[in-house]
Design a protein around this ligand. Structure first.
Ligand code: ZN
Length: 232
């Protein structure tokens, strides 16, 4: 089925071909249809609904059919308050921007980012703010392929303050070092699992919300070669 925008553009193109009269009017109509693109209405009440929206958003991103790109409208909608449905704990990698790869625009998700998507008291406090204070329903720990932080931990890189960060990833190192790509993927996924376990262990606040069914925590793995996110 053609979208309204496609129909408007097709109609406009057709009219421009056959008649100069009305050209200006139809051109205006096309412009209006572009600015009328609405952000996804946020009516998310459960962790499962939040997860479904992130899965749908990544599918839209994967297919190049983003809907949450009307930033001016989203700024207007969120100027008096925010109600993000989820918080994403993500690596800092420039190829993994959560708002874009989940097509969530402005005001829809919190994002906490640190190399290697590890957890520390500051990240934990941020997750507690999102879930306990702002009622976000879902925590996603997002790792990704070809992660420089994971590679640094595996290769025992030493560099200033990065050294202690990489030390926090090392308990996740698994796999056969003769197969580096496989080892990296396995370590990335183990790191996600350990991060989730650490959140539940070190935050009684989040642990209680999870037990009450008000919050869910899931792991996710972004394949940066495709933009496709697999939920673990
Ligand atoms: Zn990374």
């Amino acid at each position: 089925m053609k979208s309204l925008k496609t129909v408007a553009i097709t109609l406009c193109a057709g009219i421009m071909l056959v008649s100069c009269a009305g050209k200006k009017k139809e051109a205006e109509k096309t412009t209006v249809s572009k600015t009328e693109v609405k952000s996804t209405p946020i009516t998310i009440n459960t962790p499962d609904e939040a997860l479904a929206e992130l899965k749908a958003g990544n599918q839209r991103f994967f297919e190049g059919k983003l809907v949450n790109t009307n930033y001016k409208a989203e700024i207007e909608e969120t100027k008096d308050g925010q109600h993000p449905h989820s918080i994403i704990l993500s690596c800092i990698d420039s190829r993994v921007p959560p708002e874009i790869i989940f097509d969530q625009g402005i005001g829809h998700i919190f994002v906490a980012r640190v190399a290697g998507n590890i957890i520390d008291p500051n990240e934990l406090g941020s997750l507690e703010f999102a879930t306990a204070a702002k009622h976000s329903k879902l925590i996603v720990v997002l790792g990704h392929s070809k992660c420089g932080a994971i590679e640094g931990a595996v290769n025992d890189v030493k560099l200033g303050n990065l050294t202690q960060l990489l030390t926090q990833i090392k308990p996740a190192i698994v796999g056969d070092s003769t197969n580096k790509p496989m080892m990296m993927e396995q370590t990335t996924k183990k790191n996600i699992a350990l991060t989730i376990a650490k959140i539940l262990k070190e935050s009684p606040t989040i642990n209680a919300l999870v037990k009450e069914g008000k919050v869910k925590i899931v792991g996710a793995y972004d394949d940066i070669t495709t933009g496709k996110v697999a939920f673990l």
